[in-house]
Design a protein around this ligand. Structure first.
Ligand SMILES: [Zn+2]
Length: 250
């Protein structure tokens, strides 16, 4: 399996939940609104023997040429949007779901950014995201999928095709899910925002941005255990410095 991180860069986000690009070399944190958090955004493509998978979809911001940044980042790796076979979605917060769709230049309607892919979303997360349209969720990012034939609604935990496992976790948001992809001797674990950064897997801590902070912490500890036992490669969505890594030995 080939693991391809698709970094969209760094952003600050404040109480308004708007993501504003942040250049680590040039911009200064002191100049951003008080209480701003620095967030790195990084979807992944996984090329397996059967599929080209996309793990979450980034912010959906345009790149320098006006096209979706996720399209540009994939094309730089020789992957066309139409090549993606499945889009696996951990949850629908705007920084994960923004690139799922794009405006059709002709009709102005929102259409899937990956026209040949099936989109895998937890059923309750979809309903929850639509009902919570506002700050963290932008329903326009994903509502368009409900009218089409590209959407596969997942419930609980199970397997999608051979070697692609999904697991409902909650924690970060009520219906957050994670994915484990097994292919060619590699086990890649995408923990979404339950396991967003390498540093978070080392220490016990609770994050107040989580819906259930204690549960998220316990999930991380569970995944550390299972990841060590199963020799998982962790994929970190909010960690550009350490995109993909196995856990250090004890
Ligand atoms: Zn996130």
């Amino acid at each position: 399996m080939k693991i391809i991180p698709l970094s969209e860069g760094s952003f600050t986000v404040d109480a308004t939940k708007r993501f504003v690009p942040f250049d680590q070399g040039r911009d200064r944190m002191e100049e951003r609104p008080r209480g701003s958090l620095l967030v790195e955004i990084q979807p992944f493509a996984l090329v397996t023997s059967r599929d080209i998978l996309l793990l979450d979809s980034g912010l959906g911001f345009p790149g320098a040429g006006g096209e979706l940044q996720i399209h540009k980042n994939l094309q730089d790796q020789g992957i066309r949007p139409g090549d993606v076979t499945r889009v696996l979605v951990s949850h629908l917060h705007q920084d994960h779901a923004g690139g799922l769709g794009m405006k059709d230049p002709r009709s102005g309607m929102k259409i899937p950014s990956f026209p040949n892919a099936l989109y895998y979303i937890n059923r309750q997360e979809l309903d929850y995201g639509i009902s919570r349209d506002g700050k963290s969720y932008h329903a326009e990012d994903f509502r368009f999928l409900t009218g089409g034939d590209r959407l596969v609604l997942l419930e609980g935990s199970g397997e999608i095709g051979k070697g692609i496992h999904y697991e409902l976790t909650g924690g970060h948001c009520p219906y957050h899910q994670v994915f484990l992809v097994e292919d060619g001797g590699t086990r890649a674990f995408f923990g979404g925002d339950v396991a967003p950064q390498a540093s978070q897997m080392k220490n016990r801590f609770m994050a107040n941005y989580d819906y259930e902070p204690k549960k998220s912490m316990e999930l991380r500890q569970e995944f550390v255990q299972r990841g060590r036992d199963g020799d998982w490669t962790f994929l970190y969505y909010h960690d550009i410095r350490t995109p993909a890594a196995k856990l250090p030995p004890l």
